[in-house]
Ligand binder design. Structure first.
Ligand code: 6PG
Length: 479
């Protein structure tokens, strides 16, 4: 045995993570892939990594020092289960299996339970940062036991991105906590991307600026409170010119957004938990709508607004959009953190919200300056009920709200879809409302289903005898 860490799965994410590990002082990395050909190719392509390659799982296990630690980097799903099954036959109690894929957290809970029964540790670890992050330093969100973290922590710290001197990894919580938090990261990623896309669309259609000019605007925005990886790469994408046609690349890309499912999981889970992640949901649905060519073609002749939309002051409009973007972004993160709080409660995880914001400052796709403000908000008040109610965010949203409203009004009048901007604003107005029409919904429910309601001025539950004399009775049962 000579390797202190192993990686299984030599697709790009796996080989990049293995190379990252190998580049750190003190690591010798064992590698294994289902097809040995791929393993051999990786060994010859990256001789400097000094990989210890195996062509069988037995050989792989034998090449690792105890407690053996192996990171699985295969496409999430049935393949993950197959590798886990193989590993449990060759690993021993005390060894550690890490799943670094984008697994659904409930799968991780199930796998952790099953593997734990063999005495082997199982850690579901969310890894964000794409191919480059895996190679140079990702943000890592591991779950699993405290015992596993003791061995694994130092290794993960050595390969993680560093933000303001701190490695972007923390023990998130037990079993599926890491993959749960990675899922929320991706949900927020979807919302952030959609908001940026809406901002671009509004500016382009409102002011007629070219993609390259809008790229300059994003580059400028990236110097302020919106500073983030997604804003930075958006500018690069918008600046890209297609070699074939000479057109902006964005104009030759088919406008149908793909999705691999993590955004949808965030929303499905939120529905189960009863958490209104409306901004994230709109982002997922916006991708679905874009990818329905038949429906879009059938609807393309439906009428739009009868009057022309003109933006009188382009600079003022761009600034309004910037503020609307910032306010909506705050709502998306607030909703995402609400879901983390609810998930932690449901699954008994002790998740430190401030630490999650910290490990998202570097390496991951949603990395941004702004995450420091989230950490500060939770440091000041760990029991914060909604991020948007923390003083910094309340101030930011108060300052932005007039611009935000103007942008949503303009989008509606111009007939430009802005689902994430407008749903975020509705969420904000819903949350801050003194009274909501939910009272009427309760009345309707009581009318047709005797579902009862509570009164503002008395304890208990009540029902109106809608089909009788319409007097009110106290109800014993709640439906
Ligand atoms: C990351 C990304 C990564 C992946 C997304 C893409 O954090 O590094 O989120 O996990 O690129 O899952 O998701 P879609 O294909 O669904 O957009």
């Amino acid at each position: 045995a000579q390797a202190n860490i192993g990686v299984i799965g030599m697709a790009v994410m796996g080989s990049n993570l293995a190379r990252n590990l190998a580049s750190r002082e003190g690591n010798t990395v064992a590698i294994y892939n289902r097809s040995a050909e791929k393993t051999r190719a990786v060994v010859s392509e990256f001789p400097e990594a000094g990989f210890v390659a195996s062509e069988s799982i037995e050989e792989f296990a034998a090449s690792l020092v105890k407690p053996r630690t192996a990171i699985i980097m295969v496409k999430a799903g049935a393949g993950t289960d197959a590798v886990i099954n193989q590993l449990t036959t060759v690993f021993e109690p005390g060894d550690i299996i890490v799943d670094g894929g984008n697994a659904l957290f409930t799968d991780t809970i199930r796998r952790e339970k099953a593997v734990r029964e063999t005495g082997i540790n199982f850690v579901g670890a969310g890894i964000s940062g794409g191919e480059e992050g895996a190679l140079k330093g990702p943000s890592i969100m591991p779950g699993g036991s405290a015992e596993a973290w003791e061995t694994l922590g130092p290794i993960l710290k050595s390969i993680a991105a560093v933000a303001e001197g701190e490695p972007c990894v923390t023990h998130v919580g037990t079993d599926g906590a890491g993959h749960f938090v990675k899922m929320i990261h991706n949900g927020i990623e979807y919302a952030d991307m959609q908001l940026i896309a809406e901002a671009y669309d509004l500016i382009r259609r409102g002011t007629g600026k070219s993609p390259a000019e809008i790229a300059d605007i994003f580059t400028e925005w990236n110097k302020g409170e919106l500073e983030s990886y997604l804003i930075e790469i958006t500018a690069e994408v918008l600046r890209q010119v297609d070699a074939k046609t000479g057109q902006p690349l964005v104009d030759v890309i088919v406008d149908q957004a793909g999705a691999k499912g993590t955004g949808a999981w965030t929303v499905q889970t939120a529905l189960d938990l009863g958490i209104p992640v409306s901004g994230i949901a709109e982002a997922v649905f916006a991708r679905s709508l874009s990818s329905k060519p038949a429906q879009r073609a059938a609807a393309s002749s439906l009428p739009g607004p009868s009057s022309e939309w003109t933006v009188d002051d382009a600079d003022a409009f761009v600034e309004d959009v910037r503020q609307a973007l910032y306010a909506s972004k705050i709502i998306a993160y607030s909703q995402g953190f609400d879901e983390i709080v609810a998930g932690a409660e449901e699954y008994n995880w002790d998740i430190k919200k401030g630490d999650i914001a910290k490990i998202w400052r570097g390496g991951c796709i949603i990395r941004a300056q702004f995450l420091n403000r989230i950490t500060e908000a939770y440091d000041e008040n760990p029991g914060l009920v909604a991020l948007v109610t923390a003083p910094y965010f309340t101030d930011a949203v108060s300052q932005a709200q007039d611009a935000w409203r103007r942008v949503v009004v303009a989008a509606a009048q111009a007939g430009i879809p802005s689902p994430a901007f407008s749903s975020s604003l509705s969420y904000y107005d819903g949350l801050r409302a003194d009274r909501l029409p939910a009272a009427l919904v309760q009345g309707q429910r009581d009318f047709f289903g005797a579902h009862t309601y509570r009164r503002v001025d008395a304890e208990g539950t009540f029902h109106t005898l809608w089909s009788g004399d319409r007097s009110e009775i106290e109800a014993t049962d709640t439906h």
